[in-house]
Design a protein around this ligand. Sequence first.
Ligand code: BGC
Length: 764
Amino acid sequence: MLHRSLAGKAGLCAIALSLPLLPAPPANPHTTKAQALLQRMTLEEKIGQLSQIGGINFIPDALTPEQRVRLGQAGSILWLSDPAAINKLQRVAVEETRLHIPLIFGLDVIHGFKTIFPIPLAMAASWDPALIEKVQSTAAREARASGIHWTFAPMVDITRDPRWGRMIEGAGEDPFLGSAIARAQVRGFQGSDLSSPDRVLACAKHFAGYGAADGGRDYDSSYIPEDQMWNVYLPPFHAALQAGAGTFMSAYMDLNDVPGTANRFLLQTVLRKTWGFQGFVVSDANSVGDLTTHGFARDKRDAAYRALTAGVNMDMASRTYLDHLGELVKQRRLPVSVIDNAVLPILAAKYQLGLFEHPYADEALARQIVGAADHAKVAREAAVRSAVLLRNERQLLPLDKRAGRSIAVIGPLADSQRDLYSMWASFSGDFTKVTTVAQAIRAKLGAGARVESAPGVELRKIYPSMFDRMFGGPPKSAWTPEQADTEFKKAVDLASRSDVVVLVMGELSAMNGESASQTTLDLPGRQLELMQAVAATGKFVVLVLINGRPLDISWAAGHIPAILEAWHPGQEGGNAVADLLFGDAAPGGKLPFTWPRSAGQIPLYYAHNLTHQPDSAKDFGSRYWDSPSSPLYPFGYGLGYTRFAISNLRVRAAQVPVGGKVEVTVDVENTGSRAGEEVVQLYIHQQAGAASRPVRQLKGFARVSLQPGEKKTLPFSLGNDELTYWSAEQKKWIVEAENFDVWAGADSNATLHSTFRLIPPAAR
Ligand code: BGC
């Protein structure tokens, strides 16, 4: 009551009328200690804890980070990765501030700290949560040893528009797969004890709906209806929370006209009230200050007020809390209890991380751990298991190591180190350690083979972003038209005098990531022309794709006999590609998204609803007149070097009461002559109900490894979690007594079919 009338006096009446106070976290040993510490803190010290400042001068500031820390104006530091620099600042916090409260150091450890793993989208293509957990625990080990306590990952935003550059950071289009991967990442980062020297606090981001940006333009508004929000965009966040994610990051964009950083529906109604989140929320970089730029907050003071009262505990980098919260409290516009409730989970996290006992990084240990040889092995395994074989006509792959005496590795990415990485890796990784695809093939084949490479074409962005200046290295001067023709011809000539051509094409890493959206899915530059010229030589051609989104490879899909999707595969990507091409490893990854034929089909996702004229209607379907509606490759698709038979789909009981479990089994057998791995996928469709339900929804998957002739029976269980959905009409989660289809297979086009029926409990 008190705060309402005070806020009313301040002219903030409209906001304050329904001002929700942040709920106090329940008592546990960490919050009890945090509570005791809070009692001793001044208002300024509390506001300092709510502020995260840059450890590098990325955002201009009159004071150095050290001065800010000494003044108690920082609870956390971002963008530092050097243990010595981290310790130096930590020493100021611990030794020179009144209450000796340690800093939390946060960094984007998205797909590795020093050892760089495949981009998250690629890791999702492994459909292997155990591997993903191992990868993120390896990243956590390196980061924590270096003094990083908190990673701004996992990004669990569902993406159904591949024009959006940040698709690379997520797990693709599907909430079920996305949730499994979100859980694995949180487990990998946090483990079971955050105070152990190899774990970091996770941050589920960007809450929520960032992946649905209008037109795929980064930062643009998202408009997401209620049923899509609950059924598609929110589940991976909930999964991250249930796995224990200690923090969330608010999103930049407007969700249904309210910026994520002041969105009380998201931060209060969903996160705290419905899900009972007890950790803390950090804003995205500068997003508190940017509430004014959005045309949402009147001024910075209003921005600070709105973000804090919506539920953003920590202001990342904008210093808006530092500059304005004190004034709001002193003028009695904001009750100090709101500040206290915001500070408490931050202090509790510091206790939980064990920072009061062990604030410093052990620099000697960091030197031993960071970039250790066994970490590179994990990176190679991850790159191998992430790769997706899209085409393999006449079993061209794997190549015989002895047969190819001369191999041409052609394309702008054939010998690129930087593009095997991606943007966020640049904070701490060292791309000069990368073995390129050409180098790796050369190393694998040894002196007996001639392996030459040629770029053929060059790739450039028309509108570079701030990140290109930060991470892209010094700008290269463009080839002149004459040079371009010479290089093109050189590459085609090389192809003509070689036995096998490996084309390495796709995107510069700078073509995706933050602030890197695009209008088309075309292969950038003159790559298609080069591919066609090389194919015209009549040689065996394999296409290796290095990219972070589906590209329009329709021509290649009909003309290039073997296509391997390798993504931006990280530091061991070159070696992994060589292992896969020459049969030292077998591909087993599957697409975590639907691969469109062209940008004109976007959005295209497998879990769409039926229409009154489904595509199956011969000449009256819901389709284009100039292109099939079907994708180039379906969600869940990927080939291997052997064959699998998936059969014998059995539903244990054809009728199961609502609330019970539908038990399903299916057999998978390796019918080929090589060992291999298959991802068996289970899809359902609810035939009728209170809402139209998607034609198919993934509800189970298992990646299995089988020797030739080996057969396994896989069990799946469909319970409330799998059968429930949010009804926008009834405003609740419902499970309905209806008929269901169930399919099992190797991708979302699976044809092995059965049915079951949920019946009302009383009819049992
Ligand atoms: C990104 C976040 C990231 C933050 C800190 C922002 O620009 O949107 O995902 O965690 O910067 O680097």
